[in-house]
Design a protein around this ligand. Structure first.
Ligand code: MG
Length: 167
């Protein structure tokens, strides 16, 4: 079968906002009176991105590789889950071209934190910050996101064959 010189993946995730948890988005702890609930650090942005990377190669999803019933992943740093998922992608002979992510959060303001998120993710994946786009939008005060009951994230990732793999 002919393999085209690229593959694309998509990821989506939602976590509930609760008191008494830190708010961690894109590997950055953001000051806020609520944080995301989850078995790991609940970094919804990194979970969506991890699913996009896995999805690009039909490698199932984050819950398949890092089950939330596994005590090893309790409180896990999602940057490490992202790193491990990307290792699988590289092992299959592919590299990340670029990722484009959107956070859906009514509050807090995400924009001031985006450059550091790009830096943390790029460092983890050994790519340039310019390959990691992060955008944020509100839900215009509509439904559960608008009521600040949770934060959602979408991500796409384009991957291409490692140069040595195509020789
Ligand atoms: Mg998640």
């Amino acid at each position: 079968m002919h393999t085209p010189p690229f593959r694309i993946g998509f990821g989506y995730d939602v976590h509930r906002l609760v008191p008494g948890r830190p708010l961690i988005l894109g590997g950055v702890t953001i000051p806020h009176h609520l944080g995301l609930l989850g078995h790991s650090d609940a970094d919804v942005l990194l979970h969506a991105l991890t699913d996009a990377l896995l999805g690009a190669l039909a490698l199932r999803d984050i819950g398949f590789h890092f089950p939330d019933t596994d005590p090893r992943y309790k409180g896990a740093d999602s940057l490490l889950l992202l790193r491990d998922a990307y290792r699988l992608v590289r092992k299959e002979g592919w590299l990340l071209a670029n990722a484009d992510c959107t956070l859906v959060a009514e509050r807090p303001k995400i924009n001031p934190h985006i450059p550091l998120m790009q830096e943390r993710i790029a460092h983890t994946l050994e790519v340039e910050p310019g390959q990691i786009s992060i955008k944020a939008t509100t839900h215009e005060q509509m439904d559960a996101f608008g009521r600040e009951e949770g934060i959602g994230a979408y991500a796409t990732a384009l991957i291409y064959p490692q140069p040595q793999a195509s020789l």
